[in-house]
Design a binder for this molecule. Sequence first.
Ligand code: CU1
Length: 160
Amino acid sequence: MKTTPRLLCAGLLLASAVAHADPCKVMVESNDLMRFSLHEITVPAECSEIEVTLKHSGVMPAKAMGHDWVLAKDSDMSAIVNAGLAAGAARGYLPAKDKRVIAATKIVGGGESDTIKFSTNALVQGIHYAFFCTAPGHSAVMRGKFLFGVTHVAQAGKSN
Ligand code: CU1
């Protein structure tokens, strides 16, 4: 078969690109269509620190289509979103010093990005975490699962 070596080569290149990517660094993109580029983030339990970069690849200003990336327990998400609404735009739609917030970027507008680093000391394996945007109304679609040291296999069979 003529195509086999080329396919094999492409496969090896892909494998090496994945191998070199730091699993403790996560890049999330957001856009003018109120979307995150990821719906699920899995970070290995070996990471003592996680770096998250939120990029806004759109052109709309933060006032109109700003996004942040907030990490919390799944069960705390609605309360944080509501507290963020109450905090308002001036506070970046985040309650001040809220202990339920594990990590959060600032609000970014089109063309901007923000990178945060946080320790995984507060994270427990097997607990369901969620990441979401606290801009008004955004968390209805801008949300996803965050898994620390849990693989997709563990989620198999769950219907949600
Ligand atoms: Cu958003």
